[in-house]
Design a protein around this ligand. Sequence first.
Ligand code: TYM
Length: 330
Amino acid sequence: KPRVLSGIQPTSDSFHLGNYLGALRQWVALQDTADAFYMVVDLHAITVDHEPKVLHERSRVSAAQLMALGVDPERSALFVQSQVPEHPMLAWIMGAETGFGEASRMTQFKDKSAKQERTTVGLFTYPILQAADILLYQTDQVPVGEDQRQHLELTRDLAIRFNTAYGQTFTVPDAFIVKETATIKDLAEPAKKMSKSSASPRGCLYLLDEPNQMRKKIKSAVTDSDAEVRYDPEAKPGVSNLMNIYAALGNTTLEKLEAEYAGRGYGDFKGDLAEVVADSLGPIAARTKEYLADKAELDRVLAKGAEKARHVAARTLAKAYKKIGFFPPV
Ligand code: TYM
């Protein structure tokens, strides 16, 4: 079975449609065929402003949402990153292998630091911690959205560099990116990717939104003035984004959508998509709430996941220690 690993930041009260279609849906699907490790990356979340109580609760809400979406802790290791101390330790080692210039080229750092009043060293070294996350598990595939491709390239480069310098230690991972949904666009500004920092409250559709709110956001999504449901991401980014969302959630294809809505304008199309979205995502909020109702049980599930993860992570770390000339971990 291939080994799969991915992570998501607990930096908001709800995940959004971009997270879901770009990554989380693949997390759920891959459980059937892979040995999967999924984590809530709270170590990454502290690289920007955060409040301890809020972070703590969001980590739980994040785990509960993942379970509500179908991540099954019986089949996959579901855990919170800070409960596995091997992560920052391997990150330190990988940091010593990373060039300053190489790290400086990370575009997500440039984007994020531009938005911060004060940029931390942690934000700068964030991709190195991500590389450690992945390499600790001898990961074959990493299901993510397009915006993580560059971090995956860095991870591969570091793995190859370490293996070449010290002998075979890490599996060199591949990004697992589904083309059609690799970048879900902002509903209000379709030139940008959907993100929680959207300038417009209508731009980002959250998985825990009320169904009516979801419908409103879809119906008010920016399209264009030629009223033709046709897939053309360059000329018609708004409509094409909605079509990608429709195809993914409605189990249909772009061709079928074009045929179905030929000559009908955007009103029908958006109205139907609003129902598809509300039907498929609407139940997630209630399921999330159920998992959150028993916090002690949820925390137990996560501790068990962390134990499973540590078992694998500790083995890889010990191997890296030996290769690099450290004393073994005790
Ligand atoms: P994060 O928390 O920003 O996002 C989680 C996942 O959602 C994807 N995503 C999108 N996909 C399509 N369209 C969008 N508009 C969109 N917005 C977000 C992201 O690509 C991601 O897959 N650095 C990672 C977290 C991380 C990680 C890891 C991932 C830490 N360690 C190890 C994989 C492996 C991040 O910030 O994701």
